[in-house]
Design a protein around this ligand. Structure first.
Ligand code: PMP
Length: 407
């Protein structure tokens, strides 16, 4: 068994010690959003108590401090994903905004009737719907590469779809429903060979593994802060400099201009060209603390512990008659989708909540994946490094109890 001082970690997360419905909380909805350590909460609190002002507007000291906090988040994120330059990191409200920025600013001007965008059946709607919206405006189409019953992308089929009409390829680094880790380096290599830019949805990878966008070799990498211990409404888009230079702005307004004139406005350089308006400054003030937290523990320890929890939870789940697990990829992160024969996912989740267990039930913003498996919904237990084996036991005990009630 892995040596990991999980109780020490848990002491940093105030919310984990609360009860729900009179039961100790078992929070297994981490793929939805992570809980926050006090270091992050304190950084946000400190910002509002001592440094609150708007960014890039005022010469006064508070304005400088707020700007420094915001720009520091960019530096920290750039280092966290090994971007070649801080100027390749656009700060956004999260993956959804990042994807829409690529869709409207990069894809839309390049698409014409008959062109295609390739994505996969396992994607989150954030990596499907923006492409459909720009395809509908231009007469382009969206094609989806298939997966197999284990929830692995059929990579050869993905490559077969990469024909000369394809203007963009999109894939999740890690599936939010299945936990599947996709071979993004190999996919990026094949895309490069064909001159097709690749967008990677990193939402579910960042919480679990060190990410190196340069080593992956993709063109765009989108991510969300709230799944990596940071506040909601924070995230980013990493893009190769040449793409950001070529992209027109998507949102217009303050902060993103050089000079505004009625005979022609000029824009700031990237990344600020894409950051109109007042951002979530306090949220970004929490990014540094979140990254510090990850680094203080280290991904090696995090991965070993999460893998142990995943293996243990999977084994225990398999002992329960009638449980079917969706997503049995060879390489997966600690996300377990499952159903119990004879019970509706929503009923199970509602009763589990009464036992203190927070799991998600539903389609997980992945309708096409549900259609592939022929189910309307699954239950999803998604783990984080601050979870424990005892919580897995409590989850299994609650599941057995609830299953009996529903049978
Ligand atoms: N992609 C994936 C794989 C996700 O898991 C999520 C969040 N559930 C998103 C995109 C969207 O992220 P956000 O809601 O933070 O924009």
């Amino acid at each position: 068994s892995v040596d990991f001082d999980v109780q020490r970690v848990r002491a940093d997360f105030p919310l984990l010690s609360r009860t729900v419905h009179g039961k100790p909380l078992v929070y297994f909805d981490n793929a939805n959003t992570s809980q926050k350590p006090r270091q992050v909460i304190e950084a946000v609190d400190d910002h509002y108590r001592k440094h609150n002002a708007n960014v890039a507007r005022a010469v006064h000291l508070l304005g400088e401090e707020a700007t420094a906090a915001y720009e520091n988040a960019r530096d920290r994120l750039a280092a966290f994903i090994n971007a070649g330059s801080r100027n390749e990191v656009v700060l956004t409200s999260g993956t959804t905004q990042s994807m829409n920025l690529v869709a409207y600013s990069y894809a839309l001007p390049r698409l014409k009737p008959g062109d295609a965008i390739v994505t996969t059946v396992m994607e989150h709607h954030a990596n499907i719907v923006p492409w459909q919206l720009v395809a509908a405006r231009t007469g382009a189409i969206v094609k989806a590469a298939p997966i197999d019953q284990n929830g692995e992308l059929i990579v050869e089929k993905f490559f077969e779809l990469l024909t000369p009409d394809v203007k963009l390829a999109c894939v999740a680094h890690v599936s939010n429903v299945l936990g599947t880790v996709n071979p993004v380096r190999e996919i990026a290599r094949e895309c490069r060979k064909r001159g097709i830019p690749l967008v990677v949805d990193g939402s579910q990878a960042l919480p679990h593994r060190p990410v190196d966008v340069q080593a992956i070799g993709c063109d765009f990498y989108a991510f969300t802060g709230h799944k990596v211990l940071a506040p909601t409404g924070t995230g980013g888009l990493w893009a190769k400099r040449e793409h950001l230079q070529a992209m027109p702005p998507f949102f217009g307004g303050g902060e993103m201009i050089r000079e505004v004139r009625f005979d022609g406005t000029t824009f700031a350089e990237p990344p600020h060209k894409f950051e109109a308006g007042t951002p979530n400054i306090a949220g970004f003030a929490g990014i540094g603390a979140a990254i510090d937290y990850y680094q203080s523990i280290g991904f090696e320890a995090i991965r070993a512990w999460e893998y142990e929890l995943l293996t243990y939870a999977t084994e225990r789940l398999r002992e329960i008659p009638g449980v079917r697990i969706y997503g049995e990829a060879k390489e997966k992160e600690p996300v377990i989708s499952f159903l119990v024969e004879g019970a509706q996912a929503m009923d199970m989740a509602t009763l589990l909540d009464l036992e203190g267990v927070a799991v998600r039930s539903g389609h997980h913003c992945a309708h096409p994946l549900m259609q592939f498996y022929g189910v309307p919904a699954t239950l999803r237990a998604s783990l984080a490094f601050y979870n424990t084996r005892e919580e897995v036991d409590a989850f299994i005990a609650a599941l057995l109890k609830v299953r009996k009630l529903l049978m």
